[in-house]
Design a binder for this molecule. Structure first.
Ligand code: 13P
Ligand code: SF4
Length: 305
């Protein structure tokens, strides 16, 4: 079968089965073309809550499918490729969090959405990269324990100087790998380009950026900007998507290392197999996890507006 034939079958099957396809912006172009909604982690959560379909296929990583299930417990939710996990989401387990909570007893626990739903049951509210500053600013407590990504946490803390933050030493292995040397090299190759970076990058990289934001934020900044050239400091599929969306502009990767193999593991055939009943994994969560993580995620949607 050709890519176009597989896409055609997927479009037909999802309509017949009343299934919607949600895709994170780090997925490949051939997947985005069959998706009902493409966005960043926050957008995917909001869209999952709004969707009226019987079933949802998540093309992204496991915590995204779990978030979708928590927000839509009555829907059947599949993770298109069961091996798609986010290493950052596995960095902190509930026992480890208990120890941190003992160290910071009067802190509000803010979890980046890149955490397991089991861990979220022990947290007060979760945030995404696009909602973190707003949500943390709206939390009444001025002491915040931000887990697991200290880079995003420090980016938020810098903008909320009246609050006291404590961090865990986790982070995204892809974004953390980007160095100041990568910035210098990219800038010398493309001196007229604006540098757009994700706040999961190290603070010294973020400090060099012309714009800092989530994947959707970066895309919409580049699309609207009157500048012609951009260095993209997030997962490299965004370089390709932007090049398709804005053929008259130029986009360059900040670093080759910004390729997330966990996001790349999902293929068009995974969606096809999931709809054919031969693949994917149906997400099952206990009532306790649905309730506990639901409280944490719904608080995010409330505070995030
Ligand atoms: P956003 O989708 O919130 O920009 O996060 C990026 C990411 O790393 C998702 O795993
Ligand atoms: Fe996880 Fe980083 Fe990949 Fe996002 S880019 S899924 S945070 S490893």
């Amino acid at each position: 079968m050709t890519i176009a034939e597989i896409q055609q079958s997927i479009l037909q099957m999802k309509k017949e089965q009343d299934v919607c396809i949600l895709a994170h912006a780090y997925q490949g172009q051939e997947i985005l073309e069959v998706a009902d909604y493409v966005g960043d982690s926050y957008g995917l959560s909001v869209q999952a809550a709004k969707s009226s379909c019987r079933g949802v296929i998540m093309c992204g990583v496991r915590f995204m499918a779990e978030t979708c299930k928590v927000l839509c417990p009555d829907k059947t939710v599949w993770l298109a490729n069961p091996s798609a996990g986010c290493p950052m989401a596995e960095q902190l387990d509930p026992e480890c969090l208990q120890m941190l909570k003992q160290k910071y007893p009067d802190y509000t626990v803010v979890a980046y959405i890149n955490t397991t739903s089991e861990l979220k049951t022990e947290c007060d509210v979760c945030v995404t990269s696009s909602s973190a500053v707003q949500i943390c600013s709206r939390i009444e407590n001025d002491k915040i324990l931000f887990i697991p990504d200290p880079n995003l946490g420090r980016y938020v803390a810098d903008q909320l100087p009246d609050k006291t933050f404590a961090f865990y030493h986790g982070g995204c292995p892809r974004h953390v790998a980007v160095t100041l040397q990568d910035v210098e090299k990219a800038r010398s190759l493309h001196p007229d380009a604006l540098l757009l970076v994700h706040p999961e990058c190290r603070p010294e990289v973020v400090a060099q950026a012309d714009y800092v934001g989530s994947t959707t934020g970066i895309m919409s900044f580049a699309e609207k900007s009157s500048a012609r050239e951009f260095i993209i400091g997030t997962e490299n599929s965004i370089v390709e998507h932007l090049q398709f969306a804005c053929p008259d502009k130029q986009f360059y990767p900040l670093a080759v290392s910004l390729t997330c193999m966990n996001m790349k593991v999902t293929t068009l055939m995974d969606i096809y197999n999931c709809l054919s009943g031969r693949g994917g994994e149906e997400i099952q969560l206990s009532d306790a996890v649905l309730q506990g993580a639901g409280r944490c995620i719904r608080r995010m949607v409330e505070l995030g507006g």
